[in-house]
Design a protein around this ligand. Structure first.
Ligand code: TRP
Length: 369
């Protein structure tokens, strides 16, 4: 079976370190290893519109921001097809057919949809109102459209963050249902999560559970060195670690969580040679006598080392925006071809290929002779 990698992001803001450790970094590694038949990365503007219907300009602006983020982390349009969801209309036809295979009850059980509906406050608090009349139908059914995004390319591997697990599960169900109802056309995808557990959900700089634009606790890939420094130096640590001599807690200490997500022993050798391993740093911190500022300075050096090349690449692409759009245009055309082929196979299996079906025409002609 072919190995097809696919993943995407909603263009509702610039991408941040949570996206980076949760998925982007993995994508570039996979791309460079080259062990796949085809790789797609796309900008899910249609999905972004499901809860931004009144704000298309925000989505429109962020399509470019996300494209720049993709290119700046090192996704290479020569190796990866980068496209915009709305430019592949076949996805929406597929969504319609898939909708008939999914019940309202099943959508209501999707944990991601549940949490998101609560977060966005479409309805009042409480289970009764969660799926009440305030939720846009398009938002409620977006897992179905996400299944189409994945199935259209016969994707086998979907590298995403942990929060997307229920979406992949639901996609697998839809694929199974389609195949058993109409015939084996589609492929069941597997999720690919980051191996390093701290990378699955990176906390915000304020120590809150998740880095998220709405919480204002993000470090963006496009932050300037000054912004980065400010954010790192004011990061949440251990509130009980008041004096340098005090013993400190490493668990729940954002600076250490980020070190776990980013820093390697080579980084220590380069930027903080007093320690050989992160474990040594942690021991010293726990024991007392290691100040937060020193830890933050090390973290800053590591993050700056990772972000500097990303920033430079971004600046180069920012100077040639028409080229970025050209990359997206070409990628979208290539994606359309693949999706159109899958859609043809689906319609054949569903027998809604009237004009290609000579048997049907013959059979019905006979019936009326
Ligand atoms: N739901 C994903 C997110 O919020 C974006 C997305 C849409 C996606 N379609 C997808 C991710 C298909 C992977 C595969 O980030």
């Amino acid at each position: 079976m072919k190995k097809v990698i696919l993943t995407g992001d909603r263009p509702t803001g610039r991408l941040h370190l949570g996206h980076y450790v949760g998925s982007l970094r993995n994508r570039v590694i996979i791309q460079n290893e080259g062990d796949y038949d085809r790789m797609f990365v796309f900008i899910a503007d249609v999905q972004a519109l499901t809860d931004n219907a009144a704000n298309p300009e925000k989505v429109r602006q962020n399509v470019l921001e996300v494209a720049l983020d993709y290119l700046s982390v090192g996704l290479d349009p020569e190796k990866v097809t980068i496209f915009i969801q709305s430019q592949v209309p076949q996805l929406h036809e597929m969504t319609q057919f898939f909708s008939n295979l999914v019940t309202v009850a099943r959508l209501q059980r999707n944990p991601t949809v549940k949490t998101e509906i609560k977060m966005r406050g479409f309805g009042e608090e409480g289970e009764q109102q969660v799926f009440g009349s305030g939720v846009p139908v398009g938002f409620f059914t977006y897992p179905i459209s996400q299944a189409a995004d994945i199935a259209a390319f016969k994707s086998t591997i979907v590298p995403v963050g942990e929060d997307q697990e229920p979406m992949i599960e639901q996609t697998r169900e839809i694929v199974r249902s389609f195949n058993s109802t109409y015939g084996e056309v589609l492929v069941e995808p597997q999720i690919l999560l980051p191996g390093n557990l701290v990378c699955r959900r990176l906390p915000g700089t304020d120590g809150k559970a998740k880095m998220s634009k709405s919480l204002g606790n993000c470090i963006y890939l496009s932050d300037t060195p000054e912004e980065l420094k400010k954010k790192v130096m004011s990061m949440f640590t251990d509130p009980g670690h008041l004096k340098v001599e005090d013993p400190g807690k490493v668990e729940g200490n954002t600076v250490f969580t980020y070190m776990d997500a980013f820093a390697t022993d080579e980084d220590l050798a380069r930027f903080w040679p007093e320690y050989k391993t992160l474990e040594e740093v942690k021991e010293h911190y726990r024991r007392g006598g290691l100040g937060d500022v020193k830890c933050k300075k090390f973290l800053l050096a590591v993050l700056e080392d990772r972000l500097a090349p990303i920033r430079d690449r971004r600046h180069a692409y920012e100077k040639d925006i028409p080229r970025v759009y050209e990359i997206l245009r070409e990628g979208s055309a290539a994606a359309r071809e693949v999706a159109a082929q899958t859609l043809r196979e689906m319609k054949d299996a569903m027998k809604i290929n009237y004009f290609d079906d000579q048997d049907l025409i013959l059979e019905q002609s006979r019936k009326y002779q």
